[in-house]
Write a protein that binds this ligand. Structure first.
Ligand code: ADP
Ligand code: ADP
Length: 226
């Protein structure tokens, strides 16, 4: 089943065309990697998917509905950022529960249970009372991933989540993210400039350049290209 469908999707900032009329489909529970050089329009595409930016032209549908017609609170989309974007004055646990508590749609028992499950999956059970300043880069990123998955998202977006980590941690976190993807069964769009990351994680890969998708396919087809 196709969950996300973009048709002639375009994003322009003043005179910069960041996303230049792209078409793609993402199947339910698939992991699609958007890969390409800095400035090619990956983040802008992701931000359109997240509803953080208005669409300039074209169409974006999730589950058949135009995203503009669905209010953000009815869209179960969560996002992980390169710089973690954790609240510095809140504990890891509070960072993870804040969004759910402010929505008011879960009771405390369910929130505790979800935090326990996410923390176990990410191996951060012992870090939940610490604030971001007391965590390493990898630990902060695990908490940020925990915050995103604790809501059980339908659509999970990641923007260069590993680019601030050293090489060794990158390899380790890549494996962890593959496990997380298998476990949470969310449709996942993962942005990176790193081909190795794209190859090892993607069910399919979309190669972007200059605001356009140049190729889209499974890792073998895309990188066997002469
Ligand atoms: P990538 O994620 O591939 O690095 P971006 O989507 O961030 O690419 O950027 C694509 C282009 O759009 C770049 O030229 C960038 O400078 C420009 N751009 C991105 N965001 C904005 C913005 N908020 N205002 C103006 N230009 C932007
Ligand atoms: P990334 O591309 O990895 O997301 P950037 O540093 O390019 O990171 O962008 C960070 C933020 O700055 C984003 O919100 C993006 O929209 C905005 N941005 C990027 N390029 C520009 C630009 N040329 N002018 C204004 N804002 C920009």
């Amino acid at each position: 089943m196709v969950l996300i469908q973009a048709t002639d999707l375009t994003k322009q900032y003043n005179d910069v065309v960041a996303v230049d009329g792209i078409d793609f489909e993402i199947r339910d529970k698939e992991l699609l990697v958007l890969v390409g050089p800095s400035g090619c329009g990956k983040s802008s595409t992701l931000r359109l998917l997240a509803g953080l930016e208005d669409i300039t032209d074209g169409e974006l549908r999730m589950d058949g509905k135009l995203v503009n017609d669905v209010s953000p609170k009815d869209r179960n989309v969560s996002m992980v950022f390169q710089n973690y974007a954790l609240f510095p004055h809140m504990s890891a646990r509070r960072n993870m529960t804040f969004g759910m508590k402010s929505r008011g749609s879960f009771d405390d028992e369910e929130i505790d249970e979800r935090v326990r499950e996410a923390a176990e999956l990410l191996g951060i059970e012992d870090l939940l009372d610490r604030k971001p300043g007391e965590l390493s880069g990898g630990e902060k990123q695990r908490v940020a991933i925990g915050r995103a998955i604790v809501r059980d998202p339908d659509v999970f977006l990641l923007d260069e989540p590993l680019s601030n980590l050293d090489a060794k941690l990158k390899t380790q976190m890549r494996a962890e993210l593959a496990t997380v993807h298998d476990d949470i069964e969310a449709t996942t769009i993962y942005v990176t400039h790193d081909q190795t990351e794209a190859m090892s994680l993607g069910d399919r890969i979309a190669v972007m350049n200059n605001g356009e998708i140049q190729q889209i396919g499974d890792p073998q087809t895309v990188y066997d290209y002469p």
